[in-house]
Design a binder for this molecule. Structure first.
Ligand code: KG4
Ligand code: ZN
Length: 333
């Protein structure tokens, strides 16, 4: 019998629902982004995000069922992102999921947001183990070793800013509007690597550090401005992106080699980065590594990825009851 997971994701500024068949087939997904609203403020305003989730969550779930031509009777279980994320935003999706689980007597499956980002790749191709996952988003920069489904061994992570956060901050300094990441990526393809920026935390560990690189950009911009010189945003974007791509690629390839792993998956919003996709594709070809990077629509927050992760959590017997609470931060497990 097939398993249909109704998944709900509301951890940041996307209200999303999805129905996923057997962990790999997307039946219907609706993503309602609040990006245009938050752009007016230069970043996500948590209070506004929660209110918009309240307005939209029921509509998004109904629309998903309609698109799929299904009713709640066809649904096997409900998967919900319980964390990490903005607590007010998480709570809205969680309340909706609990209400549906209670009303229709369906199992409730708790899903960690990062497990969702990782399992987005399962919608492209069934994950092959062992694998290394490079998880890069607005809140995370992690290298994770997985020997089987739902086994997450963290090899290293950022000691300060997440890579997406560094992109967004650098964007602000070079006057690129929110959302900074995709626009800095675009500019990086139009400029040249002319600025002398450091390769951050170039050591033997699997850890990352992006706050020093971000500060180097800020200092350069200030110094040039004080001297009455204009910086060239395209060149700054290229220089910054080259360092980020270099260090992410270097440590990821080292993790693959040292763990003798032939499968790499990339996950999270920054996986949409064109420069990184090109570089990793090249390196993986050279080293016979099987690389999966999801389509851009599966890189940024969506409920389809929660449905894919939810299916494997369901198969492993993971269940939550109505006491499940939202968590702003939680270890991936
Ligand atoms: O995974 P995501 O949608 O939300 C979080 O869970 O954080 O990731 C959002 C982050 C933002 O920091 C955004 O600027 C960054 O991903 N991002 C990018 C690109 N597209 C999105 N960063 C660099 N290059 C991109 N093309
Ligand atoms: Zn995310």
């Amino acid at each position: 019998m097939n398993t249909y997971i109704l998944a709900i994701e509301s951890s940041c500024d996307e209200t999303s629902a999805s129905i996923i068949k057997d962990g790999k087939e997307e039946i219907a997904t609706v993503v309602l982004s609040q990006m245009d609203t938050h752009a007016n403020y230069g970043g996500v305003v948590p209070e506004i995000a929660s209110r918009m989730h309240i307005e939209n969550i029921t509509l998004v779930i109904e629309e998903t069922l309609n698109k799929a031509g299904m009713t709640m009777n066809d649904i096997t279980a409900i998967a919900i992102t319980y964390g990490p994320g903005l607590i007010g935003s998480l709570l809205i999706g969680l309340m909706a999921a609990k209400t549906l689980a209670f009303t229709y007597n369906k199992p409730l499956i708790p899903v960690h947001h990062i497990a969702g980002h990782i399992y987005a790749n399962n919608l492209v191709q069934r994950l092959e183990f062992p694998l290394i996952a490079l998880v890069i988003s607005g809140g995370h920069t992690d290298l994770i070793y997985m020997k089987e489904d739902y086994s997450f061994e963290k090899l290293g992570g950022t000691l300060d800013d997440a890579v997406g956060e560094a992109y967004d901050k650098v964007a602000r300094v070079i006057n690129v509007p929110y959302p900074g990441g995709p626009l800095v990526d675009k500019l990086a393809h139009q400029g040249e690597d002319t600025y002398n920026l450091p390769l951050p935390l170039d050591d033997d560990s699997y850890n990352f550090s992006f706050s020093g690189l971000k500060s180097a950009v800020i200092n350069l911009v200030h110094n040039e401005t004080q001297r009455g010189n204009e910086i060239i945003p395209e060149n700054m974007a290229t220089s910054f992106q080259n360092r980020v791509v270099e260090i992410l690629t270097k440590k990821t390839m080292k993790a693959l080699k040292e763990h003798n792993v032939k499968n790499l998956i990339v996950a999270g919003g920054v996986a949409a980065n064109k420069g990184l996709r090109e570089r990793l594709t090249n390196e993986c070809e050279k080293n016979n590594i099987n690389l999966i990077i999801p389509e851009i629509k599966y890189c940024t927050d969506n409920a389809a990825m929660i449905g894919a992760a939810g299916y494997y959590a369901y198969k492993l017997g993971r269940r939550a009851d109505l006491n499940l609470n939202a968590k702003a931060s939680d270890k991936l497990h």
